[in-house]
Each structure stands twice: as C-alpha cells, then as structure tokens.
Design a binder for this molecule. Structure first.
Ligand code: ADP
Ligand code: MG
Length: 339
C-alpha cells in the first residue's frame, strides 16, 4: 500500500457464532458475534467478548443481541452496529484519515438474493465503500490451501454455529452444494434438551457447550468419559449435580449428527461422477468450529465410505481464505493499472 493510498482492505468472516477480521494477511479481530445496545437510545454499548459477558446478566436498559441466526442476518440494525464496532477495533491507529474501505465478506452459499443484499447493505452502512462477497465453502477451501482453480473435485463441509455448508468445488466454482440450518449450536441445544428429559435438570447454554466440548461425541469413544455438571432440579427447583457420560451425549447428538451426514450424502448423490471419483480419492474436508465435535470424521467416513479429515485450523479457515481473496483482488487491480 503506497503512502498516499488510503484504501484500507478488510476481510471479514461474519459468522453466527464468531466474527473474524483479517487485514494484511493477519487476524486482527476474533470475537463472538454479539452486540449490546442501549434499549432507549439504540446506541452500541459493547461488542464481541465484552457484549457476550453481559449476555443474560443485563438490566432493563441494555439488551444483548446475536445479530445472525442460522448463518444469515436476523437483525439488520444490530448487525450493522456490530460490524461498525468491530471495524473500529481495527482502525484505532488510523483516526486521522478515514480511508476508503474495501471489504470482502464470507456469506453462506445457500444465501438468497435478499440475504446477500442484507450483508452488502450492512457492510456499506458500516463504512464499506467497495464490498465483495465470497461464498464461505469457497473461502474455506482457499483458506486451507486447496487449488480451487484445478479441474478436480473437492468437497468442503463447513460446520459453523448456526449452519452447515456443504459444497463441491472445481474449476474455481461451486458445482453442487447444500446448506442446512443444523450446526454446532444445535448440538449444544440438544444436550440441554437431553439433560432436561433424562435427568430432570435445567442447565445453562454455557454448561451444555462445555459438556459438548469436554465429553461430547457423535461416535463411540474408545473410553467413556464423564463430567459432573450443575443445574437446577426441575422437580424441586433446587441446585443439583449429575454425572453425564459421553455415551449419553452420543444418544443426545445422534439426530443432528445424522442430519449432517444425510446432507453430505445428498450432495454426493448430486455430484457428477467424475468429480465424485475425485472426492473419493482425495477425501472430504471438514472446517468450522462445529467440526471439532469428537467422532464426526469417523461417522461421516463410516456412512459414506470416504476418507474424512478435519482441517488444521477449522475455526479460521473461512477467514484466512477471505483474506487471501482480498489480496488476489488487490493484485488484479495492480495488473489492470499497469496495463
Ligand atoms: P460460525 O462460523 O457460525 O461463527 P464457528 O466456525 O466459529 O461458527 O464455530 C462455532 C461453533 O463451534 C459453536 O457451535 C461452538 O460450540 C463449536 N465449537 C467450538 N469448539 C468446539 C469443540 N472443541 N468441540 C465441539 N464444538 C466446538
Ligand atoms: Mg463460519
């Protein structure tokens, strides 16, 4: 970037659970997708981790909001405020000039025109001058170093907080895809639900997520782990501690896990045979935080007969790919200027 060029470039993975911003190839913001607003003035009070800590502990004048649901913007105003707040964190040193802002944002491949419009509008309202969108599975593939331009089929399964995106990529485009509204946060919900049914105990979302991460599995674990959790006894209303086992989580998580497997199956069925053959040679790659649930690789492998592996940094793959895409756009600019 030259001395007098005030174009700033920001790549954003706007996720249901986490938002990551990359500038100059580096992660500069990685925060939960939460914003806290003043109920009366609608002004932003906090964003990201700070806002998440306020969640469920607010008084009547503050409300905390997760602006995205199931991978798409559910609250337009809150989303814009959140983006603005997060972009500000990048721009602290640059207060003297307000540079023209070029943004690339990852969006679900199943987005409707209206949903794409909403992301673009939010980004523009938050200060973006040039706004580009990239489909998340494509960004994930670029992020983990797959040569997406090659005439070869690659399957990416990106499991986020609110949605799972499955796509087959070849020659720089998405050939077949499917997006379902079942992902990591649904696993958490199902653990909460299971505890209520099976143990008559109400546990918080945070506790349910801890169970999922510490002992949760969607496939038989070699050893049956246990964890003691506290909640409220639904019969007496008093605090109660129960022990939950991984075997139990396998039962609790069976339905959402199979919905993900079925969706993978469905995409494979619709994939042209030559590309399907590539995928069975090269394997299926999992990305997104939701892919970290223990046993998912084994389950998909067993049900499809195709080798399945989780990316090295599943939580940042989409963001890194979005960052590489913005560099590619900048190189393209230079080339066209030099012509
Ligand atoms: P999004 O792109 O929707 O923001 P992420 O890719 O950031 O989502 O993934 C968030 C999801 O990953 C959450 O549901 C979270 O509970 C889940 N997650 C994160 N770490 C783990 C883990 N170690 N095991 C299981 N699930 C995990
Ligand atoms: Mg994501």
């Amino acid at each position: 970037m030259g001395l007098f060029s005030f174009t700033q470039e920001i790549a954003m993975d706007l996720g249901t659970a986490n938002t990551i911003i990359i500038t100059n190839g580096k992660i500069v913001v990685d925060e939960p997708s939460v914003v806290a607003l003043d109920r009366r003035t609608e002004k932003m009070i906090a964003v990201g981790e700070k806002a998440k800590l306020m969640h469920e502990k607010t008084h009547e004048n503050i409300r905390t909001i997760r602006p995205l649901r199931d991978g798409v913007i559910a609250d337009f105003y809150a989303c814009e405020q959140m983006m603005r707040g997060l972009i500000k964190q990048v721009n602290t040193r640059n207060h003297l000039f307000s540079p023209s802002l070029r943004m690339v944002i990852g969006v679900p491949s199943g987005s409707t025109e209206v949903e794409l419009r909403a992301v673009r509008d939010s980004a523009e309202h938050a200060g973006g001058r040039d706004v580009y969108l990239i489909f998340e599975p494509m960004a994930a593939a670029i992020g983990i170093g797959i040569d997406v331009e090659a005439p070869e089929g690659n399957m990416i399964v990106d499991i986020g907080g609110g949605s799972t995106e499955i796509a087959v990529i070849s020659l720089g485009g998405i050939v077949t895809n499917k997006s379902i509204r079942i992902a990591g946060d649904d696993l958490t919900d199902d653990i909460q639900e299971y505890m209520r049914h099976q143990h008559n105990i109400k546990i918080g979302e945070r506790t349910a997520e801890e169970i999922k991460i510490n002992v949760g599995t969607v496939y038989k674990r070699p050893e049956n782990l246990t964890m003691d959790v506290r909640g409220r006894n639904l019969v007496t209303g008093l605090p109660k501690t129960v022990t939950v086992t991984s075997e139990e989580t396998e039962e609790a998580l069976r339905e959402p896990a199979y919905q993900i497997v079925d969706a993978v199956h469905n995409v494979l069925e619709r994939t042209p045979p030559e590309l399907a053959a590539d995928i069975s040679d090269r394997g299926i790659v999992l990305t997104g935080g939701g892919s970290l649930i223990q046993g998912l690789e084994e389950l998909i492998e067993e049900k499809t007969g195709i080798n399945t592996m989780t990316a090295e940094d599943p939580l940042t793959a989409v963001a890194i790919g979005t960052g590489k895409y913005i560099e590619y756009l900048a190189d393209d600019d230079k080339k066209s200027k030099n012509k």
